[in-house]
Ligand binder design. Structure first.
Ligand code: SF4
Ligand code: SF4
Ligand SMILES: [Zn+2]
Length: 144
């Protein structure tokens, strides 16, 4: 069984689309966790294995490896994903990518570590749940 992470670190977990895989339930679940966008594992869901964004030919032409560097950004795929996450999960891929573009990845990761930290137990929060997976404390999205 996967142990709860001792401290939050999202290094190498920020996907080309701006998703922080470290806050995804696929990554945080204890049973058969996914290793994130950059790792290939049997536990990665099919839609992420065959992700049209991660496999996009335009992405391969970018220096940064992020969609913000693409001439078509934000393309329909990014807009569709962004809309779903803004309406259902209180986060925006486009905002994330614009932040990384202008402030840098290190600064983004630092902010993410604060943003997704449970105020009760200090563990990482899951974007797909309203409560901390570790201690059950409710997560108030209006402050995030
Ligand atoms: S399921 Fe997809 S979004 Fe979630 S951690 Fe795995 S690769 Fe990332
Ligand atoms: S923004 Fe560009 S690199 Fe990213 S998925 Fe769209 S076309 Fe591909
Ligand atoms: Zn908690």
């Amino acid at each position: 069984m996967k142990e709860p992470k001792a401290s939050i670190s999202y290094k190498d977990l920020i996907a080309p689309c701006g998703m922080n895989c470290g806050v995804c339930i696929g990554y945080l679940r204890k049973r058969k966790p996914c290793c994130g966008c950059y790792e290939h594992s049997a536990n990665k869901p099919k839609h992420c294995i065959h992700c049209a964004i991660a496999g996009c030919e335009e992405l391969k032409k970018t220096d940064s490896g992020f969609c913000y560097d693409c001439i078509d950004f934000p393309c329909f795929r990014i807009k569709r994903l962004d809309k779903r996450y803004r309406s259902k999960y209180h986060m925006s891929m486009i905002e994330n990518l614009n932040y990384i573009k202008h402030q840098g990845l290190d600064s983004f990761i630092k902010n993410e570590e604060l943003r997704w930290k449970c105020q009760s137990c200090g563990k990482g929060i899951c974007v797909h749940h309203d409560e901390c997976l570790e201690c059950g404390a409710p997560f108030d999205f209006k402050y995030h």
